[in-house]
Design a binder for this molecule. Structure first.
Ligand code: CTP
Length: 396
């Protein structure tokens, strides 16, 4: 974590007493740490202990010693904002845009990724408002570090216990990309829709936004991989220095670029929503309304890029495909895994609210060629990308 800047936000929960240990782990790993606390958090853990360990002043109030505490610069300073423990109250305020303490002001103005480790008693954890608030945070792009089952402050045993400090540390290490597990590897990612021209003004397309593919490219690059992102028509643009983005329009152009880069790639993730059919003949002039009531456009199949790469694949390459299904999901996903010679298939079901096209969240099940299957919760697309990258790393 050498040189990485972590802003740690602590809210009022008994789990706050563990935070000095986490600060120590970050500092020992070479990170710079600043701490911002809610006033309630100071009842559970000493600001003096945190400032001593972080070697920085702890920010507690919107104004301190007659001067205004610059929450905007706190959020801009950080490479990552971790809010741990995040109480039900703080999560609710974050989801609703409240700004009545310094931690919330820093959250609202943070420009860096935000990771949230909730902590609360099981009944609060199970309350639908908390579930909805977490979904809201994920829709903003924040990543939730799921609580676990265990002993709670109430004396009960159940869900809601904050993830262990070591788990949070490993999660942040991955999110910052400091583990660099893919250093020296190269990866190819397809993303977005394709547009198949019908005439000079019309095309066959789909609603894919390219956000899932961009999130995967970012996650791979954060782990140190050199990434080629082949993007169909979309507004999203990669900014990571390890990502080279190639913009294409049609399935044929995406195929050509993918095949050209595949042999140099250790990893290929095909997340694009490629058109399955294109017009057999593209009209050179705009098709005019004719006297007849109907219009038939003859379509022909495009080449399946994933399947083509599956045929070219060597034992040293990892190939990941997606399956977007509306029914009989598992059967179709397993069929695609086998027929396209993929190592992993990431299934999106159109029946899951919050998953799929044009959303900032996704809910996936990952099928592995070794027969295993993992079903994940609804998460932000960047959190789903971390899960996909974790899975493919186990295969490398
Ligand atoms: N895919 C591809 N080239 C195509 C069509 C699909 O590379 N011409 C890839 C997608 O990028 C995805 C996977 O194949 O990784 C599955 O895409 P999906 O649309 O779910 O399935 P299809 O194979 O197109 O089959 P169907 O539409 O019948 O479900």
């Amino acid at each position: 974590m050498q040189g990485k800047k972590i802003l740690l936000g602590i809210s009022g929960s008994i789990a706050a007493y563990k935070m000095p240990l986490l600060v120590r782990l970050f500092i020992k790993a070479g990170a710079e740490v600043k701490v911002v606390m809610t006033p309630a958090a100071a009842d559970f853990v000493s600001p003096l202990a945190l400032s001593t360990l972080s070697k920085n002043d702890v920010s507690l109030h919107l104004s301190q010693n007659n001067s205004w505490e610059n929450h905007v610069m706190l959020g801009r300073w950080a490479d990552l904002f971790l809010i741990a423990p995040a109480s039900a109250n703080t999560v609710a305020k974050m989801a609703s845009g409240f700004c009545d303490n310094l931690l919330l002001a820093a959250y609202l103005s943070a420009t860096c990724p935000v990771h949230v480790a909730p902590a609360m008693d099981e009944d609060m954890y199970r309350h639908p408002t908390f579930t909805n608030n977490c979904k809201k945070l994920e829709s903003f792009g924040d990543v939730i570090i799921n609580p676990t089952h265990g002993e709670l402050a109430s004396g009960l045993v159940g869900m809601g216990r904050m993830a262990e400090v070591e788990t949070i540390f490993t999660h942040i290490e991955k999110a910052l990309g400091t583990a660099q597990r893919l250093k020296g590897k190269s990866a190819l990612v397809t993303a977005g829709p394709t547009y198949e021209n019908i005439d000079p003004v019309r095309f066959i397309g789909n609603y894919s936004s390219g956000k899932m593919g961009l999130a995967i490219a970012n996650a791979l690059a954060n782990e140190g991989a050199q990434v080629t992102l082949i993007m169909g028509p979309s507004n999203v643009t990669a900014s990571h220095p390890l990502i080279e983005q190639i913009n294409v329009r049609s399935a044929a152009q995406m195929l050509e670029a993918s095949v050209a880069h595949f042999s140099q790639s250790n990893i290929a993730v095909m997340s694009a929503a490629v058109a399955d059919y294109k017009a057999k003949n593209i009209a050179q002039e705009k098709i005019k309304k004719s006297g007849s009531e109907g219009l038939n456009i003859e379509l022909e199949k495009t080449t399946d890029i994933l399947k083509t790469l599956g045929q070219l694949k060597t034992d040293k390459q990892i190939l990941v495909g997606f399956a977007l299904e509306s029914h009989d999901e598992e059967n179709y996903a397993l069929k695609k895994l086998k027929e396209k010679n993929a190592d992993l298939i990431v299934l999106n079901s159109l029946n899951d609210p919050g998953a799929g096209f044009m959303q900032d969240t996704n809910k996936v099940t990952i099928y592995n060629k070794n027969g295993s299957k993992i079903a994940f919760e609804l998460k932000s697309k960047s959190a789903v990308a971390l899960d996909i990258v974790d899975q493919l790393i186990t295969l490398l």
